[in-house]
Design a protein around this ligand. Structure first.
Ligand code: NAD
Length: 516
């Protein structure tokens, strides 16, 4: 099998966009075409304001997309100035799905696979209709011999199913389907893609399956050490992705279960001390052991449901219950947090304003899908507060409004929610501040000193925020940071620390990014 020249990513989302950009950056000889049916998303990828906020992403995209200066030669520490050179652009974003698939040697499927919301398996089974849509396009337009790579997180057995579909509809052609799940975490996507713990490639264990896996391995070998590229069969690969997410979530639920016990035990039992002591054990390690308000986001919950669904299909009910219990603890933690806010405010939120800092599902991202905040806002709104004010430094006001509107809040509850474009407006006159994500600007001295457990993410006390008393979670430094904060500033700081990139081209008058 010859080396790939043209590759195509179907799905320009949180996974497809950054992954394609990093592959293009490290493989200047490859032409990388990222396609999506969503025209506004593609327009944003082609603009100075990317649709996804990830540290370092703008730089990588601009180098590969526009052929702007390659800053790798201008890092500090070089003995003498080096001539900076432009490079050939090799990353294209468009809506031309069929054309891109027709030209590709390798097609990565990076479309969304949420949990089904209706019909058979609703609330439990993965909805693979977007994968099916992508496969239909491949069936109709791909050249014989195109390698299909399943990057989306899918149920176990999907790669084989896709290969059977392709071979059924195109019996004259030979298609290989690989599983290559993505392990990046939003907020650190570029770092994770640049220095992955591992690249996992699953293939059929046949000569042509192994040849296809070798072709994909060559693409990653441009920057990933060979020892980090793991090759297995497609079933193991698909299952490993689900299990990895379930086990990360399981650690969060474990420590959150401990935090609930600490709070009830009293006697000074401190979950952060327990976490510190447990994490020192080399067999366990300290990561994912911080108690908090639970996990949100588009992946953990759906992947656990997917795993539990598989266990049930295999008649392993006890195994299914084990995985589902991770979600039960998570839900309980969120509810406990909301109950705590109400209890601390004398059992009633009537006439009170509650401020919520952090609306995306975690810090360093603008992804609001299944964010913890939505659930907590819903629980708090039931208590009929005067106002629930929301602010996230990474989200545009419209992004938050859209997510709140798609939640199950009644119109009366919705009226109490106000989305703020600045932290000051959000905090002004609040009786409590709920800090729901770990943006560094939110981490005050108090919070930093004793970790991020649920109990201290509530600011209690007076009706006016008074940083001088420092009885709140925000330090004065972090308040000053907050004041300055906007995405434009963040991206210019993190994406171009050396100031070597060309200035951004002027934006059109109606540019939405400039409103920030
Ligand atoms: P996303 O919703 O951000 O992006 C998916 C994109 O696919 C959307 O822009 C959609 O318009 C496009 N799309 C859907 N059907 C299409 C079609 N037929 N043709 C062209 N475009 C189409 O989703 P995401 O967060 O990037 O996740 C993609 C997959 O990766 C999911 O399976 C997810 O579970 C997995 N994953 C996500 C993350 C993460 O952190 N977001 C991490 C690892 C794995």
């Amino acid at each position: 099998r010859a080396a790939a020249k043209n590759i195509c990513f179907i799905g320009a989302g949180f996974v497809g966009g950054p992954t394609a950009a990093v592959i293009a950056h490290h493989n200047p000889h490859l032409h990388v075409h990222v396609v999506d049916l969503n025209t506004s998303r593609i327009a944003a990828w082609n603009s100075p304001h990317l649709p996804i906020h990830e540290t370092g992403l703008l730089k990588i995209v601009r180098i590969a997309r526009d052929g702007t200066l390659d800053t790798t030669v201008s890092l500090p520490g070089l003995a003498r100035p080096v001539e900076l050179k432009a490079r050939e652009p090799n990353l294209v974003f468009s809506t031309g799905v069929e054309e891109a698939v027709a030209e590709a040697d390798v097609v990565f499927i990076c479309v969304n696979t949420p949990t089904k919301t209706g019909g058979l398996g609703a609330g439990a089974m993965a909805d693979v209709s977007a994968v099916e849509g992508a496969v239909r396009t491949v069936t109709r337009h791909a050249r014989a011999g195109t390698v299909v790579v399943e990057k989306s997180t899918v149920p176990c057995g999907t790669a084989k199913m896709v290969r059977d579909i392709l071979r059924h509809h195109r019996p004259e052609a030979e298609f290989e389907v690989l599983s290559n799940p993505e392990f990046l975490a939003e907020g650190t996507a570029v770092e994770n893609l640049t220095h992955p713990d591992r690249i996992l490639i699953g293939s059929a264990q046949t000569p042509s399956g192994l040849r296809a896996a070798a072709m994909l391995k060559d693409i990653y070998a441009a920057w990933v050490p060979p020892g980090k590229i793991v090759t297995v069969n497609t079933f193991s690969s698909e299952l490993a992705k689900l299990v990895a997410n379930a086990m990360l979530a399981q650690r969060i639920s474990s420590i959150n279960a401990v935090s609930a016990m600490c709070e009830e035990i009293g006697l000074g039992a401190d979950v952060d001390d327990v976490s510190l002591a447990v994490g020192k054990d080399e067999r366990l390690g300290p990561k994912f052991l911080q108690a908090g308000v639970g996990f949100g986001g588009s992946c953990f919950e759906k992947d656990i449901l997917n795993l539990a669904y598989l266990a049930r299909e295999l008649h392993l009910d006890a195994v299914a219950e084990y995985w589902v219990s991770i979600l039960k603890i998570n839900e309980d933690q969120r509810r406990r947090f909301a109950r705590r806010v109400v209890r601390e405010l004398n059992g009633s939120l009537r006439g009170k304003k509650i401020a919520v800092l952090g609306f995306a599902f975690k810090d360093e991202t603008n992804d609001t899908r299944n964010s913890i905040a939505v659930h907590i806002v819903r629980d708090l709104a039931l208590e009929l507060p005067k106002e629930i004010a929301l602010f996230d430094p990474g989200c545009e006001v419209e992004e938050i409004v859209e997510e709140v509107q798609s939640s199950e809040l009644s119109s009366a509850e919705m009226e109490r929610v106000k989305v703020c474009s600045g932290w000051r407006e959000c905090l002004q006159g609040s009786s409590a501040v709920c800090i729901l994500t770990q943006w560094k600007q939110f981490r005050g001295r108090q919070l930093g000193a004793s970790g991020g457990a649920a109990r201290q993410t509530i600011k209690l006390g007076g009706h006016q925020l008074d940083p001088a008393t420092n009885d709140v979670c925000l330090s004065e430094t972090s308040i000053a940071d907050l004041e300055k904060l906007s995405w434009r500033e963040l991206s210019s700081q993190s994406d171009d620390p050396l100031g070597r990139l060309k200035p951004l081209p002027p934006c059109p008058a109606d540019c939405s990014g400039c409103r920030l």
